[in-house]
Design a protein. Structure first.
Length: 238
């Protein structure tokens, strides 16, 4: 993995629904997008690209020195923004990391944990023990096989009557070959049922390696999430 060219793509969609324009929201004088970009800069990537869907975000990213590319306004997911960049030859690499723009707490250690072992796609899981976390449909759960490959992802607690539960952290790494395949997969039955795009990958035979971490991504979906993130950052910086 060390000899491979690793490209980090940060999909930055402006038209978020539950928390409008969240990536522009400021913490300690910096936008959420800038916080995430600066976190990515601490990792050993060969290139970092912000994939935006609006000129406003393009200007913001360029204002703090990021390389930014305007992508399709109506891309259904961050993965498809990444696919667009690869298919058009706008980025070159062997492994592509999809790091969501609202997750600035991901660390270099978590990236190292992500890129362990063989696979078509890599992602992370974290053990959860609190009942409210296990029951929360916003916490996607994952079950794996004996070789650390995903069997299924669900918003429901899985396995049923289980004693150990893992939350899926939504950062991914893809091989170029996997992205080329994913580009042509139609939306799938399980994906539509759970509203989880990774189930489309599984239904089409893509192997998703799921590695463990003690870290936390804390994606910002709502204003409440943003307030929690702000509290954590203020506590850290003083």
């Amino acid at each position: 993995m060390n000899s491979m060219r690793k490209v980090c793509v940060i999909p930055a969609r402006l038209a978020s629904t539950r928390f409008p324009k969240k990536i522009l929201a400021e913490l300690q004088g910096k936008s959420l997008l800038q916080w995430t970009y600066e976190a990515a800069k601490k990792c050993s990537f060969d290139e970092i690209v912000v994939a935006v869907d609006a000129k406003e975000t393009l200007a913001l990213a360029e204002s703090f020195g990021a390389k930014a590319i305007l992508t399709c306004k109506n891309c259904p997911s961050g993965t498809m923004r990444l696919v667009e960049l690869v298919e058009k030859g706008l980025i070159q690499g062997d492994v592509f990391i999809n790091w969501q723009a609202d997750e600035p707490l991901i660390t270099p250690k978590m990236i190292e944990e992500l890129l362990v072992g063989p696979g078509d796609v890599w992602t992370l899981k974290k053990r959860i023990t609190k009942k409210e976390q296990i029951l929360d449909p916003n916490n996607v759960k994952v079950v794996i096989d004996r070789n650390n490959y995903a069997l299924y992802f669900s918003r429901c607690p899985i396995p049923h009557n289980g004693s150990v539960f893992y939350k899926h952290l939504g950062i991914y790494a893809f091989t170029k070959e996997a992205l080329q395949k994913i580009a042509h997969f139609p939306s799938s039955m399980l994906e539509k049922a759970e509203h989880l795009e990774q189930l489309r990958f599984l239904e089409n035979g893509i192997k998703i390696r799921v590695n463990s971490t003690d870290g936390e991504a804390l994606g910002v979906d709502t204003k409440k999430d943003f307030d929690q993130l702000e509290h954590l950052i203020n506590a850290t910086l003083g």
